[in-house]
Design a protein around this ligand. Structure first.
Ligand SMILES: *Cc1c(COP(=O)(O)O)cnc(C)c1O
Length: 306
C-alpha cells in the first residue's frame, strides 16, 4: 500500500512549467491528502480501540478514507451526517457508496429523536462520546493535531525533492478545505527555516473562515500560509461553468484532477501568477480525491454538456 514518496511531474500550464506533486498516486482508498492526514493512525497501534467516529458530508472524501482506515484497523466506523439527500440514498455511488461497501455505519441526524437543535459536532460531543469508551473521534475533514505527523512528512519529502533538484526557492500551492494540510506544511517550513512558501485558497467558506481554521490549529500567525483570493466568491460544491472549463483545460495535461477543489485551485494559481513578478518555481500539490468525480462529473455533464 503506497502511503508516501510520490513522484513529481512537470506540466506546462499558463505558458510556464509547473511541478505537480502526485499525491493522487497514493493508495486510492485514502484519496491522497487523507493518507497524509491519517498517517498517524496508520503507523501507530491503538490497543483497546474498537471504533472510529467522524462526521461530515455524505459525499466527503474523508468519509471514504475513514471507512478504509477503519477496515484496515479492524475498527467499526460511525460517521454522522446532518441529512442524506434521497437521490444519494436511492443510488449510492462515489464516496458514499464506497464507504458503505467498506462497512461504514452512516448515521443521519435527522432520523434520530434526541437530536434537539444540536449541530453534528455538538451532538457527538454531548450525546455520543460520553457513552463511547473505546472510540477515537476525528473532527470534520480530519482537522486535528494528529494530522501534523503525516503532513510534516509530506513537507519533508517536498523539501528533499527541491534540494535534490537544485531549487533554492519554491512555492507550494494547494487548495484548502479545512486548511489542515496547508497549515502543517507551512509550519514545518517556518520551523525548519526552509525557503519554501505555502500558498493556498479557500474552497470552503472564504478567506476569513480559513484564517479561523488556521488559528484553531496554530495561534502563531507566522505559521499561517498565505491565502490568495479570486475577485469572485464561489460556493463549495456548487457547479460553475468556469470551473468545468478549467477542469477540462488541466485534464489536457494527461493528469486527472478532481472537481471540487482543483478547478478553484488552478484558477487561483493562474490569478496569482498573473499578478506576481519573477519566476519562482511553483509546485502544485495534487491531493487526490478522484472518486468524487463519479458523482461530480455526471452533474456537470447534465448541466453543461460533455
Ligand atoms: C480533503 C481534501 C482537501 C482539503 O484538505 P484540507 O486539509 O482540509 O484543507 C483538498 N483536496 C482534496 C482532494 C481532499 O480530499
Amino acid at each position: 500500500m503506497k502511503l508516501s514518496h510520490t513522484p513529481v511531474d512537470t506540466i506546462v500550464m499558463f505558458n510556464r512549467h509547473i511541478f505537480v506533486k502526485r499525491d493522487d498516486l497514493l493508495h486510492p482508498e485514502f484519496s491522497g491528502n487523507k493518507a497524509r492526514k491519517f498517517a498517524y493512525f496508520l503507523e501507530h497501534e491503538f490497543p483497546g480501540v474498537t471504533k472510529l467516529i467522524g462526521y461530515g458530508s455524505p459525499q466527503a472524501n474523508s468519509l471514504y478514507s475513514m471507512s478504509a482506515l477503519a477496515k484496515l484497523k479492524g475498527w467499526s466506523l460511525d460517521f454522522y451526517v446532518d441529512h442524506i439527500a434521497s437521490h444519494i440514498k436511492l443510488k449510492p455511488s462515489g464516496n458514499y457508496g464506497a464507504a458503505l461497501a467498506n462497512g461504514a455505519n452512516i448515521i443521519s441526524l435527522d432520523s434520530l429523536d434526541d437530536r434537539g437543535d444540536r449541530d453534528t459536532h455538538t451532538y457527538i460531543q454531548e450525546v455520543v462520546l460520553p457513552n463511547e469508551t473505546h472510540a477515537i473521534f476525528v473532527p470534520e475533514g480530519g482537522r486535528c493535531e494528529y494530522a501534523e505527523f503525516g503532513v510534516s512528512k509530506l513537507a519533508e519529502e517536498i523539501a528533499q525533492w527541491a534540494k535534490d533538484s537544485g531549487l533554492e526557492h519554491l512555492v507550494v500551492f494547494l487548495p484548502s478545505g479545512t486548511g489542515t494540510t496547508a497549515l502543517y506544511l507551512n509550519k514545518y517550513y517556518v520551523e525548519q527555516e526552509i525557503n519554501i512558501q505555502v500558498l493556498t485558497c479557500a474552497a470552503v467558506g472564504g478567506s476569513s473562515y480559513l484564517i479561523q481554521q488556521f488559528t484553531q490549529l496554530a495561534d502563531n500567525p507566522l505559521y499561517h500560509p498565505e491565502i490568495v483570493a479570486l475577485p469572485k466568491k464561489y460556493h463549495f460544491g456548487k457547479l460553475y461553468p468556469e470551473f468545468y472549463e478549467m477542469w477540462k483545460t488541466i485534464s489536457l495535461t494527461g493528469i486527472a484532477f478532481e472537481l471540487l477543489y482543483d478547478p478553484l485551485g488552478w484558477m487561483t494559481l493562474e490569478h496569482h501568477l498573473s499578478l506576481s513578478q519573477g519566476d519562482v518555481p511553483i509546485l502544485y500539490l495534487h491531493q487526490g480525491g478522484l472518486l468524487g468525480n463519479e458523482t461530480m462529473l455526471p452533474r456537470y455533464i447534465r448541466k453543461y454538456g460533455a
